[in-house]
Design a binder for this molecule. Structure first.
Ligand code: GTP
Ligand code: MG
Length: 227
């Protein structure tokens, strides 16, 4: 069983095409899609719930906007699959790549990451400022992990690996926390091209960037005290 966790805030235009896309990608494999919505005023949760009769969709409705990392953790807590994935709702993460990621887990890898920074991957249409933040962010993690796109928001992992995540490292960048915890033996990166948003608005703001820097600082300090 595969559980796909999708955090949403104001993604009413894309949540339905996303659900259909995941269903098409996973085909006959048993799966569930867990949409974790923070009371989006645009009715994202209702739009997702209206497909629950046709697809295995669970909608978790939270009272207010509590951040992407917290929404993902909430989804993990409800996931029943032995393989658990995370993807954004704005169609920047192509659903078709999900099957390649799941395949890597089936082949024995513990974590499979959709990566912008391996051969064949990339970013289309981002301004230089966003590229710099993303690339700079990834470079800052090099001492923590050899994974090239450790800031990716699109990955699958064994539930057993996720369950071992320590609570104090469950931050905004979920994948980085998972990698820093180190409860896995093999990771595979699969290339994909991250496209600009076509609908809705970005939720990446200065506060999220500061939270990321704080997390990096904490993880580096943890690394130093371990060695
Ligand atoms: N439940 C929940 N979901 C969130 C929250 N903030 C962001 N998200 C979702 O997390 C995913 C990623 O957020 P984005 O705003 O797309 O971040 P990004 O992809 O780094 O930025 P863009 O390239 O500008 O889209 C999307 O599916 C959002 O709807 C939140 O506070 N709560
Ligand atoms: Mg996005």
């Amino acid at each position: 069983m595969i559980s796909v966790v999708v955090p949403t805030y104001q993604e009413g235009d894309t949540i339905q095409p996303l659900i259909r896309g995941i269903a098409a990608a996973l085909g006959t494999r048993p799966y569930e899609i867990i949409v974790v919505d923070d009371n989006s005023p645009d009715g994202t949760a209702d739009a997702a719930a209206s497909l629950a009769g046709s697809f295995p969709v669970k909608v978790l409705r939270r009272e207010g906007k509590q951040g992407r990392g917290s929404a993902i953790r909430c989804g993990f807590a409800h996931a029943v699959g032995t393989t658990v994935g995370v993807m954004d709702a704005d169609l920047q993460h192509p659903p078709a790549t999900a099957v390649a990621l799941v395949h890597e887990i089936e082949q024995g890898h513990d974590i499979a990451i959709a990566s912008r920074y391996v051969r064949g991957g990339g970013i289309a249409g981002w301004p230089w400022s966003r590229r710099l933040i993303s690339r700079g962010g990834s470079l800052l993690t090099r001492r923590l992990t050899s994974v090239r796109d450790s800031g990716s928001g699109y990955f699958f992992a064994r539930k057993a690996v996720i369950d071992k995540m320590q609570s104090h490292t469950k931050g905004y960048k979920t994948l980085l926390c998972l990698l820093a915890d180190g409860h896995y033996s093999s990771v595979k990166e699969i290339p994909y091209v991250f496209r600009p948003r076509q609908h809705g608005k970005s939720k990446l703001d200065t506060r999220e960037i500061l939270r990321y820097l704080q997390l990096l600082y904490r993880l580096h300090r943890q690394l130093l005290t371990r060695s």
